[in-house]
Design a protein around this ligand. Structure first.
Ligand SMILES: [Zn+2]
Length: 318
């Protein structure tokens, strides 16, 4: 484990926001999320070092990309929509964190020239386009050649987001597009409800901290979309959070949250069929109500720019 200073402003002054375990693979290991007092960046601190982090990415983590094929196919179409404004002459993409390569493969089918970068040894081999197998900041990619760099749910995973954003600038053509999706630290999902994927997620961004990163690295922010069009961040346990915070008037702890429907089904080895979901609602009626109303809470979050997922589109300054 290592203790770090703020990646955005360098400060060592921060406050504790919450602690929670690695709920996917190491439920006995707890981690603490802090917020920088100077700039507001959220990060896990202390955290596993780059050498230690592999333990938290077992092969099972990558099953996610092999399963739910139809969901991912829709996701790639929606991700592609963020790149429609790129002129035909600049349709040269580098997808950083390309996993099994399905997104750049989809863009290739749309006529783009594509390359990928993936550091995980558990990700599938790719032979139909070039893939770099080194950390992005260390990759030898030549000059400013890409028309677009994408990072779908990548920056929250890396140990040094600043170096990734600086590298994106250095490999993009002037005016090139930098499109990335991250979770939103200004959401119930990220900040209050213990839904972040810790310690695979090491950083927690907000629109103001993203703007600072982009300004420091010569990018202009074109748009930010608070939406579930690519990935969702349903605010589950929001009802319990409000009861504990505003009725019982104490902090909402990890132990206060109720199992979500998918956790309940997984713990009992049940298929996600309607009958199993009914069993969950009967066992946990308030959690069922919480889950049923969460789309309404999510809608309010989207309107207030507080939703748990944000897609940013930025352009390299000329
Ligand atoms: Zn800071």
């Amino acid at each position: 484990m290592e203790t770090v200073t703020c990646n955005l402003c360098g400060s060592d002054r921060h406050t504790v926001v919450y602690s929670m375990p690695d709920r996917l693979f190491n439920p006995e290991e707890f981690f603490t999320v802090v917020e920088c007092k100077e700039c507001g960046l959220g990060f896990v601190n202390p955290r596993p070092t780059p050498k230690e982090i592999g333990k938290y990415y077992p092969a099972a983590y990558y099953n996610y990309f092999r399963e739910n094929v139809e969901f991912h196919r829709k996701r790639y179409r929606r991700e592609a929509a963020y790149l429609e404004a790129v002129p035909a002459t600049q349709r040269y993409l580098l997808d950083v964190g390309c996993a099994n390569g399905d997104f750049p493969r989809f863009m290739k089918s749309l006529g783009w020239t594509v390359e990928g970068l993936e550091v995980s040894p558990a990700a599938a081999p790719i032979s139909d386009f070039p893939v770099y197998r080194v950390p992005f900041p260390e990759a030898n990619l030549g000059g400013s050649r890409y028309g677009a760099v994408t990072m779908w749910a990548v920056l929250e995973h890396v140990h040094d987001p600043m170096s990734y954003i600086a590298k994106a600038r250095s490999v993009l053509q002037p005016g090139g597009y930098f499109v990335f999706l991250v979770t939103n630290f200004d959401s119930l999902y990220s900040r209050k409800l213990y839904q972040e994927d810790i310690p695979r997620h090491l950083y927690f961004f907000t629109e103001p901290t993203v703007r600072q990163y982009l300004n420091l690295n010569g990018f202009n922010l074109v748009s930010c979309r608070f939406d579930d069009d690519v990935y969702g961040a349903a605010p589950l346990n929001w009802l319990f959070y409000f009861v504990v915070t505003y009725v019982k008037r104490r902090p909402f702890e990890w132990a206060d949250r109720k199992p979500t429907c998918s956790e309940y089904l997984a713990a009992r080895g049940l298929e996600p069929a309607l009958i199993s979901k009914l069993r969950y609602v009967l066992d946990h009626p308030f959690a069922g109500l919480d889950a049923m109303l969460s789309p309404a809470v999510a809608l309010v979050e989207k309107l207030l720019k507080r939703y748990g997922i944000v897609t940013y589109v930025a352009r390299k300054q000329d």
